[in-house]
Design a binder for this molecule. Structure first.
Ligand code: ATP
Ligand code: MG
Length: 338
């Protein structure tokens, strides 16, 4: 049985760009799928197709059991969306923005008011609630936008880079809100550039590049696929780097790596903690003083780099001009409204 979000063979082209080149997704009910991928990979396009904002050229999508292409209006009644670029109405206050959403979803004025108050509290916006959103900082807008997406707790939520631009405390709090939502049965598709976020929140991860899902699995599965553990040693004296490298190569099962400026030598290994103890004894026997040693598992960053050939945030496309963003926001609002 397809999950709460199901897509098969989605293709979407913009001129020469194949933004989606045959994307399949399946998100079981009550779980979180993290969509990762470099800038321009097609994440936002996938979200926009699944949330009925644009039509794919090919493929099928079913959200909350409803066909996205055949019944977009009905799909909209079952989903919540927080887009990559916060879509709040600048000329309304925070409170008015949230009440408006409630009323759009046919809540009574009284319920909409109560819900707005709750969400403002939860997203730490109470003090700014009665100021127009155009006076809000970037992080405040982002929080208001997320609050707006949660006015009616829909069974399926889409969040496109929900914590971009949030400070660490607000990011942590949003994670808690998301975890509560999911514990309550919500299905969530989340895109993020913060691999730690995917690691923390997502049951399953799909890595997208050039419009295709290039890897899929739990965080642990992806890490295991990237290669096993490695030993990392930081020697105390620069003069001991070469010797430490020689020792590590003796234990390694691949090429070692030396980082002169941090005095760090790394080598892939297998054998776990027992091997680590042997490495320490050998370094000691050779009189190499160490500042730090550890057995490291690959991080999701390593997975990302090995799969896509570059780091998550580095090597970005040129930032969209502010004008582009506004155009895009306006377009999204218009498309949502129609
Ligand atoms: N409306 C559009 N018109 C033309 N090209 C578009 C449009 N929307 C997206 N694209 C192109 O499609 C590709 C995928 O874009 P998309 O916004 O889905 O990427 P993304 O994975 O969300 O990237 P980011 O991490 O930067 O948000 C890019 O090459 C982008 O330039
Ligand atoms: Mg995007």
């Amino acid at each position: 049985m397809p999950g709460a979000i199901f897509a098969e063979g989605l293709v979407k082209t913009f001129g020469d760009v194949r933004a989606l080149d045959g994307v399949d997704l399946d998100v079981p009910e009550g779980t979180v799928l993290g969509l990762l991928g470099p800038n321009g990979a097609g994440k936002t396009t996938a979200v926009r197709v699944l949330t009925t904002l644009i039509k794919p050229d090919r493929g099928t999508a079913v959200v909350a059991g409803i066909d996205v292409l055949k019944k977009p209006n009905e799909v909209r009644r079952h989903i919540g969306l927080s887009g990559q670029f916060a879509a709040v109405d600048e000329y309304l206050t925070g409170r008015e923005n949230l009440r408006m959403v409630g009323q759009l979803y046919q809540m009574s004025a009284r319920d909409a008011k109560a819900r707005a108050g709750e969400l403002l509290e939860r997203f730490h916006l109470t003090d700014a609630a009665d100021r127009t959103a155009k006076t809000y900082s970037g992080g405040m807008r982002r929080r208001l936008d997320l609050a707006a997406a949660l006015v009616v707790s829909p069974p399926v939520m889409f969040m496109d880079e929900p914590t971009t631009g949030l400070d660490p405390r607000n990011r942590q709090q949003l994670w808690e809100v998301i975890q509560e939502l999911v514990a309550g049965g919500t299905t969530l598709l989340l895109t993020t550039q913060y691999l730690e976020e995917a690691d923390h929140l997502a049951h399953d991860i799909a890595v997208v590049d050039h419009g295709k899902v290039i890897a899929r699995g739990t965080s642990d599965q992806l890490k295991a696929r990237t290669g096993g553990e490695r030993v990392e040693v930081v020697v105390h004296e620069r003069g001991h780097i070469a010797l430490a490298d020689e020792v590590l190569r003796g234990f390694g099962k691949g090429a070692s790596k030396v980082e002169e400026h941090t005095r760090m030598v790394t080598v892939p290994v297998s054998g776990g903690a027992k091997l680590l103890a042997e490495v320490i004894r050998e370094l000691d026997a050779r009189g190499i003083e160490i500042d730090d040693i550890g057995l490291r598992r690959p991080t999701l960053d390593d997975v990302f780099i090995s799969l896509t050939g570059h780091a998550a945030e580095a090597e970005a496309e040129p930032e969209a001009e502010p004008g582009d963003r506004e155009d895009r926001q306006a377009r999204e609002r218009k498309e949502t409204a129609s």
